[in-house]
Design a binder for this molecule. Structure first.
Ligand SMILES: NC(=O)c1ccc[n+]([C@@H]2O[C@H](COP(=O)([O-])OP(=O)(O)OC[C@H]3O[C@@H](n4cnc5c(N)ncnc54)[C@H](O)[C@@H]3O)[C@@H](O)[C@H]2O)c1
Ligand SMILES: [Zn+2]
Length: 360
């Protein structure tokens, strides 16, 4: 079944199509959206061999001209070097201001290709074609694009909303188990901050009707993004639940130890502990959150090799801490969240320590 969600952002509004086979609709949607006739399809070394040829052929048969640019799979491709490399290849392929970018892959490709689209010749349209759960429910929606610096994740970037999003659930069939489960960290996050009923429903998931679950998550993200496109009113900040500590762990652990969603799982567990102390979350609800994470094989106990010093150092270099004002997302009960300025570094330290010592 094909489902559709609208992201309402005035003149920057766009559609998200979700379901098996929606990639085939890309040429038609490109026309409807008055995109140009040439494109750069940006993908990675895992996804390109699986899906780029069919999509490329479909576009060419439809009269489009384009090139496929493949970067190495993995987080390290979210770099300024890779931005330069991709832009260089786009120049060589004679792509200009009338061209568009197709981001075919997971969140890494979405963030990299989206950023390239935001800056190539001062900005060209981008189509997001997410192929992981993380990308379909989260990163492809909302217009945040960017790359990492050695100093930390996503430190360079731009807001660049896509022209449309095609989330083909068929592509999720080839996703390895670990990456499939990783996506549930973001789904559980959405459930915790906005949708108690979805939280309950996660106890049993059916792969056959995954598009409904994905669409429900896209709706949550779309609604929050619509009300606060550039994270100025605070509304969008609630999407950072579990991410302040999660990102710090991701950075401190170093490349390859934790997938994004795995680090976020640890961040959610820690943020739930802080929520007990600072927002009145009950111990029973925190327990349910931890159980839900574990149900998807997500970590809730921190690896001993990741030092507290490294995590605190990463935490303090986080964009959210730049002005010294800690804005932390708390959950008073499953389904609700708010941004608080009452969380101290000491509380954060204790919660991280708890991830190591407490038996979960
Ligand atoms: N912009 C945002 O708002 C936002 C939100 C959440 C996450 N992110 C970013 O997204 C990234 C994580 O995304 P991700 O988890 O999708 O990682 P990813 O893009 O690295 O994909 C995970 C792995 O799966 C492979 N893969 C992707 N699709 C596949 C498929 N259909 N079949 C087989 N293999 C496939 C990839 O090659 C990669 O090895 C992080 O960099 C994170 O910062 C951004
Ligand atoms: Zn995330």
């Amino acid at each position: 079944m094909q489902l559709q969600v609208e992201v309402s952002l005035g003149s920057r509004s766009y559609r998200v199509l979700i379901g098996p086979g929606v990639l085939k609709m890309l040429p038609e949607l490109a026309r409807q959206n008055a995109l140009g006739s040439s494109y750069a399809m940006i993908s990675d070394t895992n996804v390109a061999p699986l899906y780029s040829k069919t999509l490329n052929d479909t576009l060419k048969n439809d009269g489009f001209r384009g090139t496929v640019i493949t970067v190495p799979a993995g987080e390290t491709s979210k770099s300024l070097q890779q931005v330069e490399n991709v832009c260089q290849q786009m120049v060589e392929a004679r792509l200009d201001r009338g061209s568009f970018v197709i981001a075919l892959g997971g969140g890494v490709i979405g963030d990299l290709a989206g950023f390239v689209a935001a800056i190539y010749q001062r900005g060209i349209p981008c189509v997001q074609a997410p192929t992981t759960i993380v990308a379909q429910v989260d990163s492809a929606i909302g217009g945040k694009t960017g790359v990492n610096l050695l100093a930390g994740k996503n430190l360079v970037g731009a807001f660049h909303q896509p022209s449309f999003v095609v989330a083909d659930t068929e592509t999720l069939r080839t996703l390895p188990e670990r990456e499939f489960n990783e996506g549930f960290a973001e789904i559980i996050k959405h459930a915790i901050i906005r949708d108690r009923e979805m939280f309950e429903s996660l106890e049993k998931i059916e792969r056959e009707t995954l598009e409904h679950l994905i669409a429900r998550n896209v709706k949550i993200k779309a609604q929050i993004v619509s009300s606060d496109e550039r994270e100025t009113s605070g509304e969008r900040a609630i999407l950072n639940f579990g991410h302040t500590i999660g990102h710090a762990i991701e950075n401190a652990a170093g490349y390859g130890r934790y997938l994004h969603g795995e680090a976020i799982s640890l961040g959610i567990a820690a943020a739930s502990t802080i929520s007990m102390r600072a927002a009145g979350l009950s111990a029973a609800e925190r327990e349910r959150i931890v159980e839900r994470l574990q149900q998807f094989g997500l970590p809730t106990k921190l690896d001993a090799s990741v030092s507290m010093e490294a995590i605190m150092k990463a935490l303090l270099s986080d964009k959210k801490f730049v002005d010294g004002n800690v804005r932390f997302v708390l959950c008073p009960k499953i389904g609700e969240a708010f941004v608080s300025s009452d969380v101290t570094l000491e509380m954060i330290r204790e919660a991280i320590d708890g991830l190591r010592h407490r038996h979960l």
